[in-house]
Write a protein that binds this ligand. Structure first.
Ligand code: AMP
Ligand code: MG
Length: 490
């Protein structure tokens, strides 16, 4: 691998490689495969700037080589991370089968972030897979992760997508691509499960301390840190899943290997945003039983956290019965944690800053009406933040009018003019989300070399709470998307 391209020296990488200094069982060294003709599809300039990376002087062929893993940044040390996971409930040993971690980059604000390639060829963990990725799924992750960031939801970010010049073979022949992902870390519930399955308590503690140091540094060295760590991971997940629910995001494959200890949304595969409100919404082609349906996400997160707590038992107390008691107590707090974040978010969506006992019922009545008429989740809340119900719209229905009057009298108790309440609501209710048909349009155009729809979509998704003339066309929901199916990014 070449590292001496002069333009690269000024990019500003600052690699630290803390993960590859952990014990050998945590990873395997890995090298991106050589590819024939890498070419840049998209670079995330604002993200690069935030990371302190100066890509401006870099030629597009050098950038392509860099983000295809053909020219490794100085100081990086490529590895594939070992992990396990419960996939649709069943336990499996996994690991980065098509991803390579270059190391951790220190940003100008002092934050340490993982720089990871996805689609760079086989690793020791690839099993039967080819280690490659196709252009569509990599751009899909780029779009949805950047949309989540625009919405203010914790997420991994996407720095670049390049094509490799080589085909990948799925049901059809597709253009191969590589995504460069930036994450607080890639430590998963499954990373803990990997060590627990090996009954390697010493290294489990090494991992827990590493994760604490990176994500919960205030706990470093404290005596009860593993209990607090469990509590804080549960808390961040409760907050994260509440944020998903509040925008109608469906992850699609909430396996324990796809749940990050940092509390970021990670591993965008068959994810999609809900249009019509219905808790049983599922888009993933492989989720036949609806395990990961919209309405199941809070409970599934708890199920995953139980798996996480199980791995930590040896660290929670030397006596197993006591350790189980501690874990049960913390896990038992999760439903209330989630409910609090969710209700707080729902209050904000309805323009409420004070708390009244009936608020939950007020929210539920609205949701029940929305479900009964298949109202668009995003637009219902946004419309409420913009206008009075108008004749000739679905809001003209008596059931909605009754709820609306009730909401208005509740808003009166806020002691703020309705116009002010509505302005605040617009900051809590996005006007645009990455609707499935818009994502598909952008991907189809990109497949044919037309990147304009992709760039236009990313532009409106960057400021989803602001409605301008151009974003109006992005608000229209599809007539019916019940047949829409997403596919895993493999
Ligand atoms: P995912 O569905 O992306 O969360 O991946 C689940 C597991 O399958 C992970 O261990 C991946 O590394 C592995 N995997 C997914 N796609 C491929 C592929 N094309 N080649 C090798 N491993 C893969
Ligand atoms: Mg995964």
């Amino acid at each position: 691998m070449e590292t001496s391209v002069p333009e690269l020296a000024s990019i500003g990488w600052r690699f630290e490689n803390t993960y590859s200094r952990l014990p050998q069982v945590f990873f395997a060294s890995a090298q991106p495969a050589v590819v024939s003709s890498p070419s840049v599809v998209i670079l995330n300039d604002p993200l690069a700037a935030d990371l302190g990376l100066n890509l401006q002087p870099v030629s597009s062929s050098t950038a392509a080589g860099l983000f295809a893993g053909q020219i490794l940044p100085a100081g990086s040390q490529p590895i594939a991370q070992a992990y396990a996971g419960h996939q649709f409930g069943g336990f499996t040993m996994l690991g980065d089968g098509r991803a390579i971690l270059l190391g951790e980059h220190r940003t100008p604000t002092g934050q340490l972030v993982d720089i990871q390639f996805k689609g760079t060829g086989p690793t020791r963990f690839s099993r039967r897979g080819d280690g490659r990725a196709a252009l569509g799924p990599m751009l899909r992750e780029y779009i949805i992760s950047e949309a989540m960031f625009g919405l203010g939801i914790p997420t991994t970010r996407s720095l670049a997508v390049v094509t490799t010049g080589e085909p990948v073979f799925r049901e059809t022949r597709l253009p191969g691509a590589i995504l460069t992902r930036v994450a607080a870390s890639h430590i998963r519930v499954g990373t803990f499960e990997f060590l627990a399955a090996r009954e390697d308590t010493a290294n489990l503690q090494v991992l827990a301390d590493y994760a604490i140091n990176r994500h919960y540094p205030e706990l470093t060295g404290t005596p009860n840190r593993f209990l607090q760590f469990l509590r804080m991971v549960c808390n961040r997940q409760a907050s994260l899943i509440a944020r998903w629910q509040l925008v109608g995001f469906i992850h699609g494959v909430m396996n324990t290997d796809n749940m990050a200890i940092s509390g970021e949304t990670i591993d965008y595969g068959p994810c999609a945003f809900m249009n019509a409100y219905s808790p049983d919404t599922v888009f993933s082609s492989i989720d036949h039983a609806g395990r990961y349906a919209y309405g199941n996400q809070p409970g599934i997160a708890q199920w995953n956290l139980v798996r996480f707590a199980e791995t930590l038992l040896p660290l929670l107390d030397s006596k197993i019965e006591q350790a189980i008691e501690f874990a049960k107590e913390i896990l038992g707090e999760y439903p209330a944690m989630f409910q609090q974040y969710w209700l707080q978010g729902m209050r904000a969506k309805l323009g409420l800053t004070t708390e009244v006992d009936d608020d939950l019922e007020l929210v539920q009545t609205l949701l029940t009406w929305m479900e009964s008429v298949r109202a668009d989740f995003t637009n219902t809340f946004r419309d409420l933040s913009e206008d009075e119900p108008r004749a000739g719209t679905p809001y003209d229905a008596p059931a909605f009018r009754t709820w609306y009057d009730r909401w208005k009298s509740r808003v009166q108790r806020e002691n703020r003019p309705l116009s002010e309440v509505r302005t605040a609501m617009q900051r809590a209710n996005p006007a645009v989300i990455p609707r499935n048909h818009l994502v598909e349009e952008a991907l189809a155009a990109a497949h044919h070399g037309d990147l304009a729809p992709l760039h236009n979509l990313l532009r409106v998704l960057a400021t989803p709470y602001t409605l301008d003339a151009s974003s109006k066309t992005y608000r229209e929901p599809p007539d019916d998307d019940r047949q829409y199916r997403t596919f895993c990014g493999t």
